[in-house]
Design a protein around this ligand. Structure first.
Ligand code: LIP
Length: 287
């Protein structure tokens, strides 16, 4: 298994996908939706995935292809070496021309994210990593950006936290998310964690890459999928970060576990901030 060859192939495909994305003319009104108006798919999502899957199946017929737009719940992710791909992560942003959409190209072995490439073609920002070989911005800048000067994590009140609204806007998971956002954000004298602030980039992959580069301290989401996070996961861990379960107690979540807590690399404080975050979750995410 030549991981460098796989990495280089995914980088090349990322730039090709970026050309399709940058030349697209998506419309906000007549875009196809999956389960509701927040869960979108466009002809460009499908075209990019088709281009990627055709190329990967031709070059690596021995590996499985697992993509968002051709996902079959009757054929879930296995331990086999698998390309795990989201052709356009941040489709809502893409449709609205908000410049935070990306192609997410992951490769996992035994469900362990091993190669990752995430590319935002609007900002020309490429994140990449091979397990055990470091994480990079635009193939040359090592992550995290602060390198050896990365600061300790000193609790949620000093943290910039990425959260997402997702497309499920009712039910117990929604209630848990909203109540947790309130608990995290409110003043300490009212029992809250007083996080410094929240951000929602609208793309799981770009949220997790922001944590990898160290411009975000944490990212918490339940309900996204393995194709949203696989590539960014290895980029994050190769930048010294960790991925804990999005529910309390899980230190080794599966890439297809659908609930995640990503924490940036730091010389101290990772375990403590995970436990502080878990202590603020209001309910149990069920995925
Ligand atoms: C998106 C994720 C995001 C989530 C959205 C959506 P998509 O993926 O990246 O984290 O909150 O609901 O699932 O659909 O743009 O590929």
């Amino acid at each position: 298994m030549d991981l460098k060859d796989i990495h280089d192939s995914l980088v090349s495909l990322a730039y090709k996908a970026g050309d399709i994305i940058n030349n697209a003319l998506p419309e906000t009104n007549d875009t196809g939706s999956k389960k509701n108006s927040a869960d979108l798919v466009t002809e460009y999502d499908r075209a990019v995935e088709k281009m990627i899957s055709t190329s990967l199946k031709e070059k690596y017929p021995e590996y499985v292809f697992h993509g968002e737009e051709t996902y079959d719940p009757n054929r879930p992710l296995t331990d086999a070496p698998t390309f795990i791909v989201d052709p356009i992560d941040g489709t809502v942003n893409f449709v609205h021309s908000f410049p935070y959409a990306c192609v997410s190209l992951g490769f996992a072995v035994n469900r362990v994210p091993t190669v990752g490439v995430v590319y935002n073609p609007v900002t020309k920002t490429l994140y990449s990593a091979i397990r055990g070989q470091g994480a990079f911005l635009n193939l040359e800048t090592r992550l995290p950006l602060k390198g050896e000067n990365a600061e300790p994590l000193t609790g949620l009140s000093n943290a910039l936290v990425s959260i997402e609204w997702g497309s499920d806007r009712s039910g117990p998971n929604w209630e848990t998310k909203i109540a947790t956002f309130v608990k995290l954000g409110q003043a300490k004298e009212n029992g809250g964690a007083m996080v410094r602030s929240f951000r929602s980039l609208g793309s799981a992959a770009l949220n997790m890459c922001a944590v990898a580069e160290g411009t975000m301290d944490l990212y918490w989401e339940g309900g996204c999928w393995e194709w949203d996070v696989c590539a960014a996961w290895v980029i994050l861990t190769e930048a010294g970060g960790i991925v804990a379960d999005g529910s309390p107690g899980g230190w080794n979540p599966r890439v297809d576990g659908r609930k995640y807590l990503a924490v940036r690399g730091a010389p101290a404080g990772q375990k403590e901030i995970v436990e502080e975050f878990w202590g603020n979750i209001q309910g149990e995410l069920q995925y």
